[in-house]
Design a protein around this ligand. Structure first.
Ligand code: TRP
Length: 339
């Protein structure tokens, strides 16, 4: 790692149920990003506590997620890969930043408004962790003097809040925090539900035929593509247009990500092809892609000693970096430090 590369921070909540949408929107870029930036990849287990189900084994989900990180090409020699709860500074900064955040700001967060199962203005039973969630995210990002954060639309508001808190702190105490900027891709950022291509593909969709999971068995993934919704245009024509050709554009995105060919090359190759044939091409390509990914996933996932070693060493590296920020803040706020 050289010093002049910008710092990039990325985090995903641990869940073994990643979808092809997660891969195409985010994870497919990770291995390349490691060359362009100093990357930190964090498994946000503390964020997952906000909606923990008792039946869920968090430890297992952390390993599952890490297995996918590695299968997608993350390299612990190039990037810092770690688990959020292993680096206590996240919680420390979370508290400090909460003293520089406003109640009203958090109330305005769209994700919070959606999650709290709106019951008029009755907040009696709302989990405080859910409310505080964006401040912990701000702490994650600001601890590492991050320059860039890859974010989807749903997390953009949280990043803006992190900037706001950082600005407020900086205006009182000088230039302590770098202001993080979003890294947004304009292509392949949103994969849609297979049967209802006007809505986003989501792992929590009740209809599992809308979703391709990275762990789907190959025949059922192929079947989901075959049954996906296209359109009834006459004559049928394959081209990319996210307004007029929702289903077809979605399949083109999937084909493009799994073949690594651009959409315009694919449009030319598929000129005159029937929809049924097109679906077969997408299904075959997806099948090859998933088998390779799953094979690689299992080779990592089965070796828990190796996985533990990665996050152990990742935490040590992350602590060295985050400690610099924490020390500065302790000193500026007049908190005594003994470390
Ligand atoms: N909240 C994010 C999500 O659920 C995960 C996350 C935690 C994150 N900390 C972050 C994302 C910091 C970006 C930066 O997707």
């Amino acid at each position: 790692m050289t010093d002049f590369k910008p710092i990039l921070f990325s985090a995903v909540q641990p869940s073994g149920k990643l979808t092809i949408g997660n891969y195409i929107g985010t994870m497919q870029y990770w291995s390349q990003m490691q060359n362009d930036y100093q990357c930190l990849y964090c498994i946000a287990d503390l964020h997952a506590l906000t909606s923990l189900k008792k039946s869920k084994n968090l430890q297992k989900s952390i390993f599952d997620t890490l297995g996918f990180y590695l299968a997608c090409g993350l390299d612990p020699k190039k990037s810092i890969i770690f688990v959020q709860s292993h680096v206590y500074h996240h919680c420390q900064l979370n508290w400090i930043l909460s003293c520089f955040s406003r109640f009203g700001e958090l109330l305005r967060m769209t994700q919070f408004k959606k999650n709290r199962k709106i019951d008029g203005n009755n907040f009696q039973h709302v989990n405080v962790g859910l409310f505080n969630y964006p401040i912990l995210m701000a702490a994650d990002i600001l601890l590492y003097q991050t320059n860039l954060v890859p974010v989807g639309k749903d997390q953009k508001q949280h990043l803006e809040l992190a900037r706001k808190i950082a600005c407020r702190f900086n205006s009182l105490y000088g230039n302590i925090f770098k202001l993080p900027a979003p890294l947004i891709r304009n292509f392949g950022s949103k994969i849609m539900a297979l049967l209802e291509p006007s809505k986003k593909m989501s792992k929590s969709d009740v209809n599992k035929n809308n979703v391709i999971f990275l762990m789907d068995d190959i025949p059922s993934a192929m079947l989901k593509i075959k049954n996906s919704v296209t359109d009834s245009d006459l004559p049928p024509k394959i081209y990319y247009n996210t307004q007029k050709k929702l289903g077809i554009s979605n399949l083109l995105e999937i084909l493009s990500a799994t073949t690594k060919k651009t959409i315009s090359v694919l449009e030319k190759e598929l000129d005159g092809v029937m929809y049924s044939e097109f679906k077969k091409i997408v299904a075959d390509s997806l099948s090859k892609f998933l088998s390779k990914l799953q094979k690689s996933y299992f080779s990592y996932r089965l070796d828990e000693t190796y996985l533990k070693k990665i996050v152990f060493e990742g935490a040590i590296q992350a602590k060295i970096k985050s400690e610099e920020t924490i020390k500065k803040i302790h000193s500026i706020l007049g908190l005594t430090t003994f470390f």
